[in-house]
Design a binder for this molecule. Structure first.
Ligand SMILES: [Mg+2]
Ligand SMILES: [Zn+2]
Length: 234
């Protein structure tokens, strides 16, 4: 046994936990996908950490503020609580992809334009999916075994992120349904929606536990021999 003992289900937000809305910035636009609260409930009951990991480049692009993002997430937690469900944590990347932040928009205010100094080469952050920084952060905080964990997403960056951390990748057909075409990558499993993904995860986890239990029993009885195993029955 390693020091990492928890398993997690990492969920994408837009198009997975909530219906996809282009650059969602208003709490009132939040709609949970069908069965979302029930799914989180059953995953947590089975011992999984439920961790939201979401790219929110709308902040970096200047479409909405961090304050608005926090309002949206506060409302999301309230909606889940009403369904007796909760997320163990929410992690977000607020950065725009390189070259797409507000300050570098053509015609936008740019400090670099003033002195005509060459702009620094845009650098990608380490937290925007498919990068793994946010997953690593969660793993450290909750002692999560990433390889025993699952990622549920609707875009190829989610699937690629799962590959990058060695987790099982589940694509759902809600939201983008994998049609964004950004990365050439295949999911381990495709499900209709989050509820379907949760059912599959619980089945898979149950089968794995049973298999481990059988293996353990077989090992014990082969070590003790059949008569000893028989005698050990109270
Ligand atoms: Mg999404
Ligand atoms: Zn980032």
């Amino acid at each position: 046994m390693t020091s990492h003992e928890n398993r997690a289900v990492f969920l994408d937000r837009d198009g997975v936990l909530v219906e996809h809305v282009h650059y969602l910035s208003k709490p009132g636009d939040l709609r949970l996908t069908p069965g979302a609260a029930r799914s989180l409930r059953s995953l947590r009951a089975a011992g999984f950490k439920t961790v939201l990991v979401t790219n929110q480049s709308g902040v970096g692009r200047g479409y909405f503020t961090l304050r608005q993002l926090h309002k949206v997430h506060r409302r999301l937690r309230e909606m889940l609580a009403r369904g007796k469900a909760k997320l163990d944590a929410i992690y977000y990347c607020p950065h725009a992809p390189p070259g797409q932040s507000l300050s570098r928009r053509p015609g936008g205010r740019s400090a670099f334009a003033l002195d005509r100094a060459p702009a620094p080469k845009p650098r990608a952050c380490s937290c925007r999916k498919p990068a793994s920084a946010l997953f690593q952060k969660a793993a450290k905080r909750f002692a999560i075994d990433l390889k025993a964990s699952f990622v549920v997403g609707d875009s190829t960056s989610d699937i690629m992120a799962a590959r990058n951390i060695g987790a099982t990748a589940i694509l759902v057909k809600t939201g983008y349904g994998g049609s964004d075409g950004r990365h050439r990558v295949r999911a381990d499993k495709t499900c209709r929606d989050l509820a379907g993904a949760a059912r599959w995860i619980l089945q898979t986890a149950k089968a794995a536990t049973e298999r481990r239990g059988k293996e353990k029993k077989a090992m014990e009885s082969s070590r003790l021999g059949p008569s000893a195993a028989f005698r050990s029955i109270p």
